[in-house]
Ligand binder design. Structure first.
Ligand code: PGA
Length: 250
């Protein structure tokens, strides 16, 4: 275990309703004294005020943010608006945004930079596709994704948020990276930050995402460079999310 405080974030994606969220929040807050890690809930924009009524701002995140300041960008939400709605965190560069909304490394880096300028903490997602893994390109892909963000947001900026390693082939598939596969990727990402900013590299939280469940979380989190998780499907059940949070403490 490192001295970095573990971070576990729920990514609800496009799920939830006022009623089901309320039940989730009741279960989650009832169990909060069992949780030692930093736990963050990333919800659809419209539910952020609902979360704010029950949680504090550093427990709340959005799932995307505009790279623009303000103006004629129909449907987009700015970093300042997220701050205004009482959330501290934002997921940036999730593979579903990269794949379904054609977000490039540069766009992701601009979003992270904008988020930081507004005082948000960006959780920047990186990860390779199955095709890239099978072609032996995993570390090169991760390196270019991280390099773009490092250049714009800086190592200190990344430390204010975090990095999520999410192999695309493991997201929502039930197929988890082995602890060793994940550890190897996390170590490579940390080494890349270390080259430019050794102290930041040691402080940087790199979390794993991709079919994390209560049953496999503990062995993933036991790896020296895995500092928590980004949890999709399993975060929709509060008890499972709490169990995963608890798996950060051995
Ligand atoms: P999953 O999603 O836990 O459902 O695989 C993780 C994510 O996409 O952040």
């Amino acid at each position: 275990m490192s001295e970095r405080r573990a971070l576990v974030a729920a990514n609800w994606k496009m799920n939830g309703s006022l009623a089901s969220n309320e039940a989730w929040l009741t279960d989650f807050t009832a169990a909060s004294n069992e949780i030692a890690c930093e736990a963050v809930v990333c919800a659809p924009y419209v539910y952020l005020p609902q979360l704010r009524a029950r949680l504090v701002s550093d427990q709340i995140g959005a799932q995307d943010v505009s790279a623009k300041l303000a103006g004629a960008f129909t449907g987009d939400v700015s970093a300042e608006m997220l701050r205004d709605s009482g959330c501290d965190w934002v997921i940036v560069g999730h593979s579903e945004r990269r794949q379904l909304h054609q977000e490039t490394n540069e766009m992701v880096a601009l979003k992270a930079e904008r988020a930081l300028q507004a005082g948000l903490r960006p959780l920047v997602c990186v990860g390779e596709t199955l095709q890239q893994r099978e072609a032996g390109q995993t570390l090169a892909v991760l390196s270019s994704q991280l390099a773009a963000v490092l250049q714009r947001a800086g190592a200190d900026g990344l430390v204010r948020g975090g990095v999520a390693y999410e192999p695309v082939w493991a997201i929502g598939t039930g197929r988890t990276a082995t602890p060793q596969q994940a550890q190897d990727a996390h170590a490579a990402l940390r080494a890349q930050v270390h080259q430019v900013a050794p102290a930041s590299a040691n402080a940087l939280r790199i979390v794993y995402g991709g079919s994390v469940k209560p049953g496999n979380a503990r062995e993933l989190f036991a790896q020296p460079d895995i500092d928590g998780g980004l949890i999709g499907g399993a975060s929709l059940v509060a008890a499972d999310f709490v169990a995963i949070c608890r798996a950060t403490t051995v």
